[in-house]
Design a protein around this ligand. Structure first.
Ligand code: ADP
Ligand code: MG
Length: 706
């Protein structure tokens, strides 16, 4: 609100200032202002010019106060005709300013901000931006204001679209805008395109969806040169130019990231050789013959892709995406068999002990008849080498049909304990990571590194049932090839999803009992292990109630804090049908596979994210019977309601992933610190799919042409 104070010019520095020079080079920035700017993380001239406006204000046309609408943000210009402060007994006070623009009057109010009254005087020409919440009289609380000063900087602040920045106390919009204007005049031209050797001429980008505004500019436009983009970021001729400016700066961020990702991949390809792992079918044939069902078309296609990789020159790096229940484990098993046939070991890493145990069980069931040892390697259990032989009772004999492979190859299934020092595979040919999104990139690479010998590296297959929206896929997993299982095995029952309020619980329990009586089994999930202050239900408390409610059907309790042996015992009993109701936390979110379970009842469903709810729902619908997912929630907030509605509407994981990304933003979705995804200043992974794709393509062409 204060006009820039003239300051004594500083002595000219030895060389002319550049973008990298301290922000004090900008005329008007003394040490005091430099300290304020530092709070906004602005240290250099370049920082100042990349300080992104949080919105724009069109000061070519102001709205008459008389035409203001309740709840709609608007900017008006008028004169202060009265002002004063009201004090209340409670000690609270409100400062009020009345602005008149000739059409009507607007009351502006600020509560408990003592300094406001010192900023204005009757007669001041002011701009006010805010949302009127009353129309009689027209009133706006805590608006943003700016005094109009007709001086030589008028052209910066009036009669144009102006930027409004994230600001800090003591630094007015007017001052910040003036500084930026001056810095732009002197330095904008220094913003060179960071990769002049990239060919961007052919790229055309559509306006961002929400920036098209009323003008409906739909046609795609070339990228702005970076220097022009920086200018238009602050002082766009039209609002669509501000979007175009942001797009160029976002594009440069994506380019930087793509170089990093693709260079890493290229170095990898140029320095490492693959182990030949295509196998000879001597294990695969009997395996498929004994399976009892045939592979889906999608499973066959993906296996062909994997076999091609296994015969290639560079080690496979493949992401297998498939919705819950699409049969990824079986694809992993077949890939493992090819590797074993070729004389190499396999390691499979899963995010939880429960899942590792379940995978080990599946692999044992499938592989031990073929004479392949399967070891379990978790934090609490590390099968000793002698223990590698199958569980008692079963004899380790080669399949009667085929000769055994070299008996020394084996499969190790484990948790992240596999990446700790103790696990030392001999000749690791294939590393498989299930539910990859639960691990970070670093953990994945650590497992692969265990198998590095000279210039060879094992193949890598990572699997995820959390569908990744395409922008994230290209960014997070940009260095992986992608296979998709887009077909569910035939003969599955339908899954129906119902959203219910807590007062419908008696009916819900009656329904669950009915299903149990038909011979089915149920999961009941709670967000918490123990009771806490809030009224979110806890599994340990509800377990007792459910056992009484549904007696004589037996219940079992499962959560992360129970000892491994107990967890294993409960899972075993549920699997064999001894326990009919599994009362659990979200530990059962991934991987658990019991086809007879057809009910997934989730209480306090509002506490879970979309991806998590979808994973939980993926536990049912695995058998021939119809299944029901029941989400019980208060739906207090719009966001929670929307989330549950999306769940009820679709079973399609990809659709849910896009919805999740829109609702929560990419940071939340990936666990930013784990994913290593940078913080973008301009880029937006929700909206910028076309930019991400263009950046990926242009960098790919560039690197591969060298
Ligand atoms: P996910 O992709 O969620 O990991 P799973 O691998 O756990 O799925 O498979 C889900 C269930 O479907 C398992 O019981 C599995 O044995 C079964 N299954 C996998 N492939 C087929 C198929 N081609 N035909 C029939 N059932 C299959
Ligand atoms: Mg799975």
């Amino acid at each position: 609100m204060n006009a820039p104070r003239p300051e004594t010019p500083k002595p000219e520095p030895a060389s002319a200032p550049t973008l990298a020079s301290p922000v004090t080079c900008v005329w008007g920035v003394g040490s005091e202002r430099a300290a304020l700017l530092a709070r906004l993380d602005i240290h250099t001239v370049g920082d100042l010019l990349l300080h992104r406006p949080r919105r724009y204000e069109d000061r070519r046309n102001f709205q008459p106060i008389r035409e203001l609408k309740e709840g709609e943000p608007a900017t008006v210009r008028g004169k202060v005709v009265a002002m004063g402060t009201n004090r209340f007994k409670s000690g609270k006070f409100v400062f009020e300013l009345i602005v008149d623009d000739g059409s009507s009057r607007l009351h502006c109010r600020w509560w408990n901000l003592g300094f406001m009254e010192r900023l204005f005087a009757v007669g001041d020409d002011v701009l006010v931006f805010g949302k009127p919440h009353l129309l009689r009289p027209r009133t706006v609380d805590h608006p943003e204001t700016e005094k109009v000063l007709t001086d030589d900087e008028e052209q910066v602040h009036l009669n144009r679209i102006v930027p409004v920045y994230p600001a800090t106390e003591g630094l007015s919009q007017r001052v910040l805008r003036g500084l930026t204007w001056r810095a732009l005049q002197a330095h904008a031209a220094e913003f060179a395109d960071p990769h002049p050797d990239l060919d961007l001429a052919a790229i055309r980008i559509h306006p961002t969806d929400d920036a098209r505004g009323k003008q409906l500019v739909l046609e795609a436009r070339p990228l702005l040169p970076r220097a022009e983009a920086v200018r238009a970021l602050h002082f766009p001729a039209e609002l669509t130019d501000a979007d175009r400016a942001r797009q160029r700066l976002a594009f440069d961020e994506f380019i930087g990231l793509q170089f990093e990702i693709q260079q890493r991949r290229l170095n990898f390809e140029r320095s490492l050789r693959a182990l030949p792992c295509t196998g000879d079918n001597r294990l695969m044939k009997p395996f498929l013959a004994e399976l009892g069902f045939s592979l889906t078309g999608a499973q066959q296609r993906v296996l062909r892709e994997i076999r091609t990789d296994f015969g290639g020159k560079v080690p496979m790096r493949r992401l297998l995406q498939g919705d819950v229940g699409s049969g990824k484990t079986l694809v992993a098993a077949c890939a493992a068999l090819m590797t074993l046939e070729s004389g190499f070991d396999v390691a499979v890493m899963a995010p939880t002990e429960i899942l590792a145990e379940q995978l080990a069980r599946n692999f044992r069931k499938w592989f031990e008849p073929l004479g392949i040892a399967v070891r379990l390697w978790t934090g609490s259990r590390k099968d000793a080498a002698d223990d590698e032989l199958p569980i008692s009772g079963r004899v380790l004999v080669p399949s009667t049909i085929h000769a055994p492979p070299s008996t020394s190859v084996s499969v190790t299934v484990g948790t992240h304990a596999l990446i700790e020092a103790g696990f030392k595979p001999d000749r690791l040919g294939l590393a498989i990571i299930d539910e990859q999104h639960k691990f970070g990139v670093a953990q994945r690479e650590k497992l692969v590194r265990k198998g590095r010998r000279d210039d060879t590296a094992p193949h890598l297959l990572v699997m995820t049932a959390t569908p990744i929206p395409r922008t994230l896929g290209l960014t997070l997993y940009g260095d992986l090839d992608v296979s998709v299982l887009d077909e569910l095995p035939a003969g599955r029952g339908r899954i129906r999803t119902h959203v219910r309020a807590p007062d419908a619980l008696p009916k819900v329990w009656a329904f669950v009992r009915g299903e149990l009586e038909k011979g089915r089994q149920a999961y009941v999930v709670y967000p918490r292990v123990e009771e806490s202050e809030d009224d979110v239900k806890a599994v340990t408390v509800e377990f007792q109630k459910i056992c009484r409610e549904l007696a004589p059907h037996r219940g079992g309790l499962l959560h992360g804090r129970r000892p491994s042996e107990e967890k294993e015992a409960v899972m075993d009993s549920f699997r064999c049908g001894d326990i009919r109701i599994l009362v659990a936390t979200s530990v059962i979110e991934v991987g658990v596979d019991v086809p007879n379970a057809t009910i997934m009842l989730i209480e306090n469903a509002e506490q879970f994210g979309l991806a998590q709810l979808h994973q939980l729902r993926g536990r049912i619908g695995r058998g021939a019977h119809d299944s029901h997912c029941i989400l019980v929630a208060e739906q207090k907030t719009d966001e929670a309601r929307e989330r549950l509605e999306v769940m009820a509407r679709t079973n399609d994981g990809f659709e849910l992933a896009e919805a999740d990304l829109r609702q929560r933003g990419p940071g939340e979705l990936t666990g930013r610190n784990q994913s290593g995804l940078p913080d973008f200043r301009f880029g937006d992974l929700v909206k910028d799919r076309q930019l991400v794709e263009a950046a990926r393509e242009v960098v790919r062409k560039h690197l591969r042409s060298r």
